[in-house]
Write a protein that binds this ligand. Structure first.
Ligand SMILES: *[C@@H]1O[C@H](CO)[C@@H](O)[C@H](O)[C@H]1NC(C)=O
Ligand SMILES: *[C@@H]1O[C@H](CO)[C@@H](O)[C@H](O)[C@H]1NC(C)=O
Length: 566
């Protein structure tokens, strides 16, 4: 007698589960490298048209107050763990190829959780979270497949990584002395391109951005759509390549499209950026063709600002204009980068999010989108906060403070609360604390082509899943996310080099950090210092282990970068 209803209930439960499993959204996380605030055209610069990225921005949500870490390794660690890098000892300078340092194994990371939730997990592109032992490499850390490189960069064509063993030399500025990096010593060279764990030699000559895009598109085309996909597409672009040839893009593109840019280096950079934009279009189009787009979450983000004047091989002519500072510093130009969330799951039509968001927030946010409930999330004790509901319903941010940078070895710090930011210490004797980067004004750039956005690969694929605003509304969105430095009446510039004391800024009124208010607002200064102390309490020191070039040398492994310690 009871048999029937029970069976029915069971059956419904089973069906319910199948439906729930089917509904998990595909997550396509496009992380680009060293792209500055002013390198995407939706931020108001006509110089380098990025129609595909702009299509995502205008039909998705522009994350206008999104913060990353100022350097590759810490940003990626924050994304993978949901923890502030300074809480797990992975803050500071990037991991060197010959350095025995990696993301600690006792922390379960994002792809591991997503795999448990039924996702197929794939990393295409850059890892840079350590590989000196096999157990630190992507396949051992929750990725079902890996096609990419272990280190911070490769050559765009031959896929070799040149690892300079840094030495530290004393430098002076005025009467002050400080330590500077020096890369004139030994260099190690080896191929750094792997399919799973096998070195890939036969792709030499293939432009990295195309190579990673082809791989991503292939994976989408061959994906079994009954399974949710987590595709982490971590592009090389627009990071510099190796020493001596750091800017690489197909010549014909540089010469055919960007002659109007005066600086020849910026011209090559524009082509690199253009290839990245094309990649975004191809990936979105592939999702559409495979019928996955309507149930996808796409994130587009840069891991840190551009290294516009960094005196090393990794300098690029990217631009953080009008924000202050460059990659590696704790200024806005280093930590506030282009960031977009696109998904048909968004339940509102607003195109700009003013919520404070930190890169650690993606960890609980994406797991929440993938169906993990709040109890399970809070049991994880991550530093990131779940922003999923506030993003899909466009409600108030659940975050109002964050550590921006805590690096005890370089002695630079920054924290934010509400509209306020505290900045303390300086990178490399303060040489990089000023304003730099192309403002895009010295050119006869083409007129911003709104129609080109609608007609880009991404624009066509998106339509009609998420409506793009009409031309007038679109240009108004663009204007709202273009940062202008408002005039400051008698501003007090912050010079952490000369003054040796922290500065505070009201970022809402002064996004360009020109007016230090620490003398006018000692009350706020004190509260911000307290906040910094709070964050410092849980700091785990950066171990910065010495390099072991003799052991790591790719020559020992048929000239490839391989895990080099048993
Ligand atoms: C841009 O224009 C200004 C003023 O005309 C000039 O001083 C500067 O050198 C130009 N910059 C470039 C990169 O051409
Ligand atoms: C060793 O490297 C060469 C390229 O220098 C490559 O052609 C060859 O396949 C590699 N051997 C093995 C066993 O991987």
């Amino acid at each position: 007698m009871n048999c029937c209803p029970v069976t029915l209930v069971l059956l419904l439960l089973v069906i319910g589960n199948v439906i729930a499993a089917e509904k998990k959204p595909h997550i396509i996380y496009i992380l680009c490298d060293d792209v500055g605030w002013n390198d995407v055209s939706y931020h108001g610069n006509d110089q380098i048209p990025t129609p595909n990225i702009d299509a995502l921005a205008y039909s998705g949500v522009i994350l206008h107050k999104h913060y990353v870490q100022p350097i590759c390794t810490p940003s990626r660690a924050a994304l993978m763990t949901g923890k502030y890098p300074s809480n797990i000892g992975i803050q500071g300078v990037p991991i060197g190829g010959a350095q025995p340092k990696a993301l600690p194994l006792d922390i379960k990371i994002l792809p591991q959780y997503l795999k448990e939730l039924g996702y197929r997990t794939s990393l295409v592109g850059k890892w840079h979270l350590g590989f000196y032992k096999k157990e630190y490499t992507p396949l051992e850390r929750g990725f079902d497949s890996f096609f990419g490189y272990y280190n911070g960069l490769i050559d765009y064509y031959n896929h070799i990584y040149d690892d300079p063993i840094p030495t530290f030399t004393e430098t002076c500025r005025g009467t002050k002395r400080g330590i500077n990096w020096n890369f004139n010593g030994e260099h190690l060279y080896g191929l750094d391109l792997h399919r799973n764990e096998t070195p890939v030699w036969d792709m030499a000559g293939k432009y990295a951005t195309d190579m990673f895009t082809d791989e991503a598109v292939n994976q989408i085309e061959n994906h079994d759509t009954n399974t949710p996909l987590f595709l982490y597409l971590a592009h090389l672009a627009c990071h510099a390549g190796n020493w001596g040839q750091n800017l690489q893009a197909p010549n014909e593109l540089v010469n055919s499209k960007f002659n109007y840019i005066i600086d020849p280096n910026r011209r090559v950079y524009a082509a690199m950026m253009s290839k990245l934009d094309e990649s975004v279009g191809r990936v979105v189009a592939a999702l559409k063709k495979k019928d996955m787009l309507q149930n996808s979450i796409i994130v587009f983000l840069s891991d840190n600002g551009a290294p516009t004047i960094l005196s090393s091989q990794w300098q690029t002519p990217g631009s953080n204009y009008p924000l202050r500072g460059v990659k590696v510093t704790q200024w806005e130009g280093a930590v506030r980068t282009p960031a977009i969330l696109w998904s048909p799951l968004l339940k509102h039509n607003s195109h700009i999010s003013h919520q404070l968001m930190h890169i650690t927030d993606w960890f609980p946010t994406l797991l929440s989108a993938a169906g993990l409930d709040s109890k399970q999330l809070s049991a994880m004790k991550v530093d990131g906060v779940d922003q999923w509901k506030s993003l899909i319903y466009n409600t108030a941010s659940v975050r109002n403070k964050m550590p921006v940078e805590l690096d005890e070895l370089r002695n630079i710090y920054a924290v934010r609360r509400g509209n306020w930011k505290l900045v303390q210490g300086n990178s490399l004797l303060g040489f990089y604390d000023g304003y730099s980067g192309d403002n895009g004004e010295n050119t006869t750039s083409p007129v911003y082509n709104v129609k080109g956005i609608m007609e880009s690969d991404a624009g066509r694929a998106i339509n009609p899943l998420r409506a793009m605003p009409n031309e007038k509304a679109l240009l108004s969105v663009r204007q709202q996310v273009t940062i202008k430095c408002p005039p400051q009446n008698n501003p007090t510039p912050c010079d952490t080099f000369t003054n040796d004391r922290p500065c505070i800024f009201n970022i809402a009124e002064d996004p360009c950090e020109r007016n230090d208010l620490s003398l006018q607002r000692p009350d706020i200064l004190n509260r911000m210092k307290e906040l910094l102390e709070e964050y410092r309490e849980s700091l785990v020191p950066d171990s910065y282990p010495p390099y072991i070039p003799a052991q790591a040398n790719p020559r020992k492994f048929n000239n490839t970068w391989e895990p080099w310690m048993a």
